[in-house]
Design a protein around this ligand. Structure first.
Ligand code: SF4
Length: 447
């Protein structure tokens, strides 16, 4: 590979102009559909082994409750659980952590990062949050924790709740704003409105969280050019520490797809991919003009020296992730696993004193290499030396074909040790990653 871009550009094979049904975002490898019940025995064996020296340990907890189900949502969420059910869930999750604590894979490690994802972690009440985090810290202390991320829906945040989230040690508050326009929020099924954004953001700033992140989605239903510009303008006015930009996708289990199916439509009622990519490109340019730096396919950061992404960077470099909660995805000692994906079986397993693991997969060494390589490609730059040292593999050789392909399309170059995506490649990286997959993993349903 040379650093020059080949000019014989052909379109990527899996290029669809319109937004049709299916997953775009690649969060793991091999695809989840290859994780099977039969793999759980290997997962149990992985728990019994001590950790590979130098492997960091992180904790993820899925809080599956939301005020409303957004029409584009494909996560496991519940909008009908009362306080008693939520208390039962908290008890189950803390019991789950307690069960894991005793296994050799912990190996005396301290937790380095914690992530509360959802669903809506900020849906929990002040008392529930206090009880949950006190219990978690009692079981596996947070003394060595470098980052605690907490996802929030603006309309669930009161000043008092934010104070508790701050006191429990959240370093990174991630606000799921998605859009600043009330009509667009409403038509996409979001529970919050713009006035709640301003209020929550103000409280959070006053409390002095080390990092506040804003999530936006390019291409929500009825998104227009003017609206997107307005969203970027509002974001710049708030001046968050980081901004995460997603491109609207329409997976199978979304309300949008159900409506498309009922009406016999193949194309989703959202902007096409070219438009969404342009919106993200323009947003990145506006953020760069305001001194933000683009740090990955999805993020722009105000001050790189103060803003880190421990969860992302550790995970993309093969850290162990002890994932708790219904439908959570984790990775321990070389084995991927997912928990029971329904509320009842998850809680019942724990009531019976069993780990609620539903399916697992132990990737081979080549699959582990592919996983790390494609995840790190989302940063826009990959170091060949890193892979040489960790996997004893020359990635320029191993991935010669797909790298050449991306080069031919005009998205990629190699400069010494570094494989680099240009901006065009970066903002469509997820659909390019399939080129690196093993043949049996391509064009499959991802979930
Ligand atoms: S708030 Fe997030 S997790 Fe909850 S329904 Fe909406 S998109 Fe899904």
């Amino acid at each position: 590979m040379s650093g020059k871009i080949d000019t014989t550009v052909e379109p990527p094979k899996n290029q669809a102009k319109d937004t049709t049904v299916g997953n775009y975002f690649v969060s793991n490898y091999p695809p989840f559909s290859f994780w099977q019940k039969e793999g759980v025995a290997d997962f149990r064996a992985a728990l019994e082994r001590p950790p590979k020296p130098g492997t960091p340990l992180g904790l993820y907890l899925h809080i599956p409750f939301c005020r409303k189900r957004c029409h584009f949502c494909y996560f496991r969420v519940y909008t009908d659980k009362n306080a008693a059910a939520i208390n039962g869930y908290i008890k189950a999750a803390t019991q789950e952590l307690e069960l894991y604590r005793k296994y050799p894979f912990i190996g005396g490690r301290q937790v380095e990062f914690v992530y509360f994802g959802g669903g809506t972690p900020s849906y929990l009440s002040v008392d529930q949050l206090t009880q949950l985090t006190t219990e978690m810290k009692r079981t596996l202390p947070w003394d060595a924790v470098r980052e605690v991320t907490f996802e929030c829906e603006p309309g669930t945040l009161t000043q008092q709740k934010l104070k508790v989230i701050h006191e429990m040690g959240a370093t990174r508050l991630s606000l799921g704003i998605e859009n600043f326009d009330d009509h667009i929020l409403e038509i996409n099924g979001r529970a919050h409105r713009s006035r709640e954004i301003e209020r929550a953001y103000g409280y959070a700033r006053e409390l002095g969280f080390p990092q506040i992140n804003i999530d936006l989605i390019a291409g929500m239903v009825e998104e227009t050019e003017d609206n997107w510009k307005h969203c970027i303008k509002k974001t710049l006015e708030l001046s968050p520490d980081s901004v995460t930009l997603y491109q609207m996708e329409v997976p199978y289990n979304t309300t949008i797809y159900k409506e498309m199916k009922a009406e016999g439509k193949l194309v989703a009622p959202v902007a096409d991919w070219e438009t969404k990519r342009r919106w993200v490109r323009e947003a990145f340019e506006s953020l760069e003009a305001a001194d933000y730096e683009v740090g990955s396919a999805y993020t722009a950061v105000k001050d790189k020296s103060k803003t880190s992404f421990v969860y992302r960077d550790q995970l993309w470099a093969g850290a162990d992730l002890l994932a708790l909660g219904v439908a959570s995805f984790g990775h321990i000692n070389g084995t991927h696993y997912q928990n029971q994906h329904d509320f009842g079986p998850y809680v019942n397993d724990l009531l019976d004193g069993n780990l609620p693991v539903y399916r697992a997969l132990t990737p081979g060494s080549d699959e582990r290499l592919i996983r790390e390589f494609i995840l790190q490609l989302k940063l826009g730059v990959v170091s060949c030396q890193y892979f040489n040292e960790k996997f004893e593999t020359d990635v320029l050789e191993r991935f010669a074909e797909p790298l050449q392909q991306l080069k031919n399309w005009g998205f990629l170059s190699v400069d010494g040790d570094q494989i680099q995506l240009n901006r065009d490649g970066l903002i469509q990286v997820d659909r390019l990653l399939q080129e690196f997959f093993l043949p049996e993993h391509r064009n499959v349903r991802y979930a």
